[in-house]
Design a protein around this ligand. Structure first.
Ligand SMILES: NC(=O)c1ccc[n+]([C@@H]2O[C@H](COP(=O)([O-])OP(=O)(O)OC[C@H]3O[C@@H](n4cnc5c(N)ncnc54)[C@H](OP(=O)(O)O)[C@@H]3O)[C@@H](O)[C@H]2O)c1
Length: 288
């Protein structure tokens, strides 16, 4: 199986390059000129078509996106072009060539107002530009047929190519330096370690699974609870972790919980919860 990974130099894409590259073949696409990556602007139908014809993959794992809520809000047209319309072009090009498309999506397609969390069949209802563009992208991907939409929650991990610290690394470094950490104590999240996501997605692709699948742990917390756990694991003073609340007018989901009904029906283990995976991550980056 040959996999093309878009956004291959990003946080999740660089982890997919390892997950697929160590077992099969992974070809990375990037918007820039970088040795070892094919330069493809995923907003260009022509560039997509040429690259697919050259690479001849069996599957495209689509990670290229603007996942930044603020920049999407600032420029909704650009956000839609990259997060949604590029997926329409990719879906058209892949289905015409009988290539499977895997669209990486997000819990932000939901409003976060359900006490029970969300299953794969719940109606999407995004609160902000980012969520709306990702929900639109899901539709294009699913219309392609033989395709897979994977919704994942808040991620952390090692950005293997472009240095980018995620929340636990920032918290660990600040607390170790005796600096205060301000963390939200209201918004419920399911922090998930990126290699745990890529492992499950690899198996879903191998198993030929289609449709929408949530890949998330059952454990939930707030960023405040998570920072507190990091302080405990590192035996640092938790008094430096200060609770905050969402700013008025915040358009983020309050209770973002993806339920993994489909994963259980398919017989797959969900990713590890943050209590187990955060120490594993801190060890991997040499902070323990
Ligand atoms: N991070 C999270 O917590 C999270 C949570 C839920 C879902 N997701 C989803 O997971 C996916 C990956 O997110 P991430 O956090 O890994 O993002 P990321 O680190 O910001 O990586 C995104 C990549 O997109 C590429 N890109 C941007 N514009 C492009 C263009 N015009 N053409 C080609 N490539 C372009 C960039 O690659 P170049 O460097 O080559 O420009 C960048 O490395 C996204 O779909 C996101 O919505 C992320």
């Amino acid at each position: 199986m040959i996999a093309v990974v878009t956004g291959a130099r990003g946080l999740l894409g660089s982890e997919f390059m390892i997950a697929f590259g160590t077992r099969q073949a992974a070809l990375g696409w990037s918007s820039g000129t970088h040795e070892g990556y094919r330069q493809v602007d995923v907003r260009s139908a022509d560039q997509i078509a040429r690259a697919l014809d050259d690479d001849q993959p069996d599957v495209v794992i689509h990670c290229a996106a603007d996942p930044n809520i603020v920049s999407c809000e600032e420029d909704p047209v650009a956000a839609r072009e990259l997060n949604a319309l590029a997926v329409e072009k990719l879906a058209f090009a892949t289905s015409a060539r009988n290539i499977r498309l895997v669209q990486m999506s997000t819990d932000y397609v939901f409003a976060g107002d359900s006490a029970d969390g969300y299953t794969e069949t719940d109606e999407v209802n995004p609160l902000q530009v980012y969520g709306r563009t990702k929900a639109e992208a899901e539709r294009y991907c699913l219309e392609a047929g033989n395709s897979l939409v994977v919704r994942v929650p808040l991620l952390f991990g090692i950005s293997h190519v472009i240095p980018k610290a995620t929340f636990p690394e920032d918290v660990a470094k600040s607390l170790s330096a005796g600096k205060e950490v301000h963390a939200d104590e209201v918004e419920t999240r399911q922090p998930t370690f990126t290699p745990d996501v890529t492992e499950v997605v690899y198996r879903l692709v191998e198993g030929g699974i289609t449709g929408v699948v949530h890949v998330a742990p059952s454990e939930t917390t707030t960023k405040y609870g998570w920072a507190d756990q990091i302080a405990e694991v590192l035996e640092l003073n938790p008094a430096y972790v200060r609770p905050t609340s969402p700013k008025p007018g915040s358009n983020r989901p309050l209770r973002s919980v993806l339920r993994t009904q489909r994963l259980s029906e398919l017989g797959f283990q969900p990713p590890r919860g943050y209590k187990e995976s955060t120490p594993a991550f801190l060890r991997a980056v040499g902070l323990i």
